[in-house]
Structure formats: structure tokens, C-alpha cells
Design a protein around this ligand. Structure first.
Ligand code: SAM
Length: 318
């Protein structure tokens, strides 16, 4: 079997957990002052640290730099999370007053990242996870991160009743995918072929569209981030096309947000050719999506899109 060594990881990304650390500079000075700051990810080597320009409080270090044995890691003051995997919470950008749902939450990277925006204040995060074992890991991570605004629901999100959540206005939907953007996993070549077969990708994309459609039916929801760690258009742009052409989705006024709201400076966007002839304003729709290529873009392969709609007064008052 083809084992990709961990050394293949170009950058180890970690974010400072602002639920636990409020004075970031003092914290960095205390624990990371032995590292020299560099101004580009291509310059990251042992003994250096890089401050990301897209995601607040996110840092890149060389993968050989010890982190998991450090106190700040054990205490949940820093959380190891790939840069692209930080895009969804940043794109949703919930306020501290907002009620949001993380539909597919375990192990909880995005849930705990969302919690740093909601800030353990008035807002609330309902996290769903249908796998009992993984829900246990999620609970553990939520606790370690000190994310007291999070409630874990063990169960299938598609079976949840939208009217039970009349005040939820934002969602992150990060469902199971082929994982084709992930590297460093011990994939068997045969497994790999099976994982990325057209048949499997179609099955996954049908499930992914179903779960986002359910999210889109919640009465007061106005923003949804859909994401995958897949590089396959079937699970990404084609799911967006499917959704934008769905009658119920159209009726409720869902559209893809403008690039200006979706990490505008990130250069790699959705694939325009996947939208051409299939949706209105393909360039605009592609601009509302972000993509990351594995390794080349400093981490895992990833896709994310922000959907939005204007809810009526009546819907918001439910
Ligand atoms: N968002 C997570 C993070 O950043 O740590 C990763 C989520 S992982 C890609 C997908 C998760 O969704 C899996 O743990 C899977 O068990 C869960 N899942 C899949 N279908 C689900 C459903 N219908 N309801 C709730 N959870 C589901």
C-alpha cells in the first residue's frame, strides 16, 4: 500500500483559541518566541513561524516543530487545524448573538472555530453528529476548547425538524465526502480507485445535496456554508449547480454570495467551466466559491461556498 509520509505536509497550521487566550501577543511571546517569523509560507522551515493573512489568529509552522506535546496544545489554547478547514467558520462569520448549526460536526474543528466567533456570549451553536463514537470525540474537543456555547446533538441532521430551530440564522454543512483533498492517509491504491469511482462520487454528491437542501429549509436561516475536503467537481461545483436549479431552493431565494463576502483575496475560486451554461452568471457564482489544491496551496484540498438569502420579516419572527 502507498503510505504517504507525514513529512509531506507542507505546513502545520494551528489557531490560537481565542476562547482561552485573549492576549495573543503575550501568549505567542511566551510560547513561540524561539521561532523566527517569516512572511511567506514558502519560507517555512524548522524554527520559523508564519502568521496567516487570510484567517485571523492562524499560524503556520514546520511539521517537525513539536506542538502536540506542548502545554498550550494540551490545554486547548491552540488547536491544530488546516488553513482551508478554517475557511467555513470565517466565511459564515457569525455574530456573538447568533444561533447557528453545525450539521456534520465531529471531530469538531469547525464547531470550535465557530465558537470563537460566537464567543461563549448570547449566541448558541447546535452541533449534530450521527456517529455515536465520533460524537464522543466531538464532545471531548468542545470541552477542551472551552466552547460553552456548543450543544452536541447525537443524531442524523436530516431527521431534525426545522421548526424546532426557529431562531437559527446561520449554518455550516461539512458532510462526509470522498476525502480526495486529503493526503498523508494510508490509502491502498485499490481503495483509492474505489473511493473516487464515478459511482461513489455520484452517491456522495446526492447525499451532500440532500443534506444542504434540508439546511436550506430551516425557517430563519439566511447564510449557509457548504464545504468538502474533496477536489472533485462532482462533490463541489456540481452540488452547487444542483442546488441552484432546485425549485424549492429557488423559491426560498437562495443564491451564492458575492466574492466580496467570501475571503475575497484568496486567489483560487470555484471552477467557472462547471457553471457555464448551467446557472445564471457563472463567473459570479464561481467567485462565491473558494478552492484549495492539496499541498500546492499549503495544506489539504478543499472546497467551500457561501449561500445566502434574505428572510422575510415574518420568517424571522417565527
Ligand atoms: N466538520 C468536521 C470538522 O471540521 O471537524 C468534519 C466533518 S466530517 C467531514 C463529516 C461528519 O459528518 C462525520 O463525522 C459524519 O459522521 C457526519 N455525518 C454524516 N452524515 C450526517 C448526518 N446526516 N447527520 C449528522 N452527521 C452526519
Amino acid at each position: 500500500s502507498a503510505l504517504v509520509e507525514d513529512d509531506d505536509t507542507p505546513v502545520r497550521w494551528f489557531r490560537v483559541n481565542t476562547l482561552k487566550i485573549t492576549h495573543i501577543d503575550t501568549f505567542l511571546e511566551k510560547h513561540f518566541s524561539h521561532l523566527t517569523e517569516v512572511n511567506s509560507i514558502s519560507k517555512i522551515k524548522p524554527g520559523t513561524i508564519y502568521k496567516d493573512q487570510y484567517i485571523p489568529n492562524l499560524y503556520g509552522i514546520h511539521p517537525t516543530t513539536k506542538l502536540t506535546s506542548m502545554h498550550p496544545y494540551v490545554l486547548g489554547q491552540v488547536i491544530i487545524q488546516d488553513r482551508a478547514s478554517c475557511f467555513p467558520a470565517h466565511m459564515l462569520n457569525p455574530s456573538s448573538e447568533e444561533k447557528v448549526i453545525d450539521a456534520c460536526a465531529a471531530p469538531g474543528n469547525k464547531t470550535t472555530h465557530l465558537a470563537t466567533y460566537v464567543k461563549n456570549a448570547k449566541g448558541q451553536i447546535n452541533a449534530f453528529e450521527r456517529d455515536i463514537k465520533r460524537a464522543g470525540i466531538l464532545k471531548h474537543m468542545v470541552e477542551r476548547a472551552g466552547a460553552s456555547s456548543v450543544t452536541v446533538n447525537v443524531g442524523d441532521f436530516t431527521q431534525s425538524n426545522p421548526t424546532d430551530f426557529p431562531l437559527v440564522t446561520g449554518m455550516v454543512v461539512d458532510p462526509s465526502c470522498s476525502g480526495s483533498g486529503i493526503f498523508g492517509r494510508a490509502y491502498d491504491e485499490d481503495d483509492k480507485e474505489e473511493s473516487y469511482s464515478e459511482e461513489r462520487l455520484l452517491k456522495l454528491s446526492a447525499f451532500q445535496a440532500t443534506i444542504v437542501k434540508h439546511a436550506m429549509s430551516f425557517p430563519a436561516v439566511q447564510r449557509i456554508v457548504y464545504s468538502t475536503c474533496s477536489i472533485h467537481a462532482q462533490e463541489n461545483e456540481r452540488v452547487v449547480v444542483d442546488l441552484l436549479n432546485d425549485e424549492k431552493v429557488k423559491e426560498r431565494g437562495w443564491r451564492v454570495a458575492n466574492r466580496s463576502r467570501v475571503i475575497p483575496m484568496w486567489p483560487r475560486r470555484g471552477l467557472v467551466e462547471e457553471f457555464q451554461g448551467k446557472v445564471e452568471f457563472p463567473e459570479r457564482v464561481a467567485g462565491g466559491c473558494v478552492r484549495a489544491m492539496p499541498k500546492e496551496d499549503g495544506g489539504i484540498g478543499f472546497f467551500a461556498v457561501l449561500f445566502e438569502r434574505d428572510a422575510s420579516e415574518e420568517e424571522l419572527k417565527l
